[in-house]
Design a protein around this ligand. Structure first.
Ligand code: FES
Length: 106
């Protein structure tokens, strides 16, 4: 994935690089950053689609308030990407519509 030039990291950042998988592609994230920051830097949009219209959404507040950043993270749907720190080997995918609970959509 190419870096999205509208979301950049500060040049003074000296954190270790780790590999995560986003939509089946390897992405380099920085230790300590959130999933939302990593996927936005990688240029992934949208990060979820709405259950009703299917329209795309992306992180907005970056502080756990708006819930626009819900993603499937390590097999767990409806996870707030802006409140989840990356770790080596993490697997992330776009959340399509409502999450499945016991085989039913909610
Ligand atoms: S971006 Fe608003 S809750 Fe995550």
């Amino acid at each position: 994935m190419a870096a999205d030039l509208s979301f950049n990291r500060l040049p003074c950042n000296e954190r270790a690089e780790i590999e995560i998988t986003v939509e089946g592609q390897t992405v380099i994230a920085l230790e300590g950053e959130t999933v939302a920051a990593a996927v936005m830097y990688a240029g992934l949009r949208p990060t979820r689609t709405t259950p009703v219209s299917g329209s795309g959404r992306a992180p907005y507040c970056m502080m756990g308030v708006c819930f626009e950043c819900l993603m499937n993270i390590d097999g767990k749907p409806n996870t707030q990407a802006c409140m989840t720190e990356v770790h080596k080997g993490m697997v992330i995918s776009v959340q399509q519509g409502a999450r499945e609970v016991g085989g039913d959509s909610i």
